[in-house]
Design a protein around this ligand. Structure first.
Ligand SMILES: [Cu+2]
Length: 429
């Protein structure tokens, strides 16, 4: 027998992707924010260049008689969305969301799912073409996995691309609490070399009342925690590329109710695949935002040819916010300070702007909650949170190390206009 076939292959390099904690350059100065920034991994030993799941990990596997064997454990997890906000969620293998499953087209996979929750569950392999009885729909294609049981799913991967997995039993509750992950399948015979960088994001949305410890699965519209890989900015790890490198970003959306237009600054990209398959080159068109509908994946590719710190975020403005302050009256143009002073005599902790509208008053927010917006950037406060991260493009990069804030070459930074400049151009300041 081929020795490799019985080899116990816990892919240490695979499992360790993103293991180095780093302080984010766009994190508030008041605390070092640990995050995961994974170096590019090369294909040695795996037969493919792994994708990197920022803030996440890949699911380890072993090969038994030529079958890739994975093990997911569904369980309750105390998850940190960002320092200062934790909640009791449902996840897999101690994580929210679950680890990214990664394999190659043509692989036979055997995925054990152990249910350590106190409720029944199933696992559905979203987008995969597989035998009906492996589809993981509670009551329809299988009986639910009861607490304490382990089910075995086994099938051959007939496709390549970007897919997902998630609970398909009591979906409203279990997905609202985080039971989902990404499933990446590399091509068996790639048409060309893989991109230099390959990143995977899973979008989701949550309702977590201020100070609460349990996401509310009954919410239908007013989600107040919007996440990239279950993190909100500033806890979202930046992604990096060297100038000129080809970058692939895979984006899945398992939000309950919202589609997300994900916008990349400084670059145009092409949408190269959906979870229905690759898009022929003639059918790809350029975009700077890609709408990722609920229950879909979109994969984009581009050449990172523009150095800088580029925002990558959902373009819905309330999806780059977090928690408090959404239910307040319209105070645009109002000076609330006198009002605040008057109320403060009665309610000392009162703040009319939702307690922390500008994020500067973190000390005043209630326990286990975060300001609506904000993180400190090199030029002051960044008024976004939620579904926001950075693409850092540099001429030189050390792998696995945050390159820090971009240093703008002389003459390439917006600055206050001088009186002389205004006069010369006939602008009435
Ligand atoms: Cu959005």
């Amino acid at each position: 027998m081929n020795p490799s076939r019985r080899q116990f292959l816990v892919r240490s390099t695979h499992a360790a992707l993103g293991a180095a904690p780093l302080a984010l350059a766009h994190a508030p100065a008041r605390a070092a924010r640990p995050a995961l920034l994974a170096p590019r991994q090369d294909a040695a030993g795996l037969g493919y260049r792994p994708t990197v799941t920022p803030n996440g990990v890949a699911l380890p596997f072993r090969v038994v008689d030529g079958v890739k064997v994975f093990h997911l454990v569904a369980e309750e997890v105390e998850h940190e969305f960002a320092p200062g906000m934790r909640a009791f969620c449902y996840g897999y293998n101690g994580r929210v969301h679950g680890p990214t499953i990664e394999a190659v087209e043509g692989d036979r996979v055997r995925i054990y799912v152990t249910n350590r929750l106190d409720v029944p569950t199933t696992t559905h392999w979203h987008g995969l073409i597989l035998p009906n009885g492996m589809d993981g729909i509670g009551g329809l294609t299988q009986r639910p996995i009861l607490p304490g049981e382990t089910f075995k799913y086994e099938f051959v991967l007939r496709q390549h691309g970007t897919y997902m997995y998630h609970s398909h039993h009591d979906e409203m509750t279990q997905m609202a609490l985080g039971m989902m992950g990404m499933f990446v399948i590399h091509p068996r015979s790639p048409a060309g070399p893989p991109p230099d960088r390959d990143y995977t994001f899973l979008l989701s949305e949550w309702k977590l009342a201020v100070g609460a410890r349990r996401p509310d699965p009954n919410e239908m519209s007013d989600f107040n925690v919007l996440t990239f890989n279950a993190k909100i900015a500033p806890a979202t790890a930046p992604i990096v590329a060297r100038r000129g490198e080809r970058v692939r970003i895979r984006i899945g959306n398992l939000s309950a109710m919202d589609h997300h237009p994900i916008h990349l600054h400084g670059h145009a990209f092409r949408v190269v695949e959906t979870d229905g398959g690759p898009i022929e080159p003639a059918g790809q068109w350029p975009e700077v935002s890609v709408l990722v509908p609920v229950g879909s994946t979109r994969t984009i590719e581009f050449v990172a040819d523009n150095p800088g710190d580029w925002a990558l975020h959902c373009h819905m403005t309330h999806h780059v916010m977090t928690q408090m302050g959404h239910g307040i009256p319209n105070l645009v143009g109002v000076d609330p300070s006198k009002f605040d002073d008057g109320i403060a005599e009665l309610v000392p902790e009162f703040d009319s702007m939702g307690m922390a509208a500008h994020g500067e008053t973190d000390d005043s927010v209630p326990p286990n909650s975060l300001p609506m917006v904000g993180m400190r950037g090199p030029f002051g406060y960044i008024t976004m949170s939620g579904m926001f991260t950075l693409l850092k493009v540099r001429d030189e990069l050390a792998e696995g190390v945050d390159p820090g804030p971009y240093q703008h070459p002389s003459g390439t930074l917006a600055l206050p206009a001088s009186a002389e400049e205004l006069r010369a151009d006939g602008i009435a300041g």
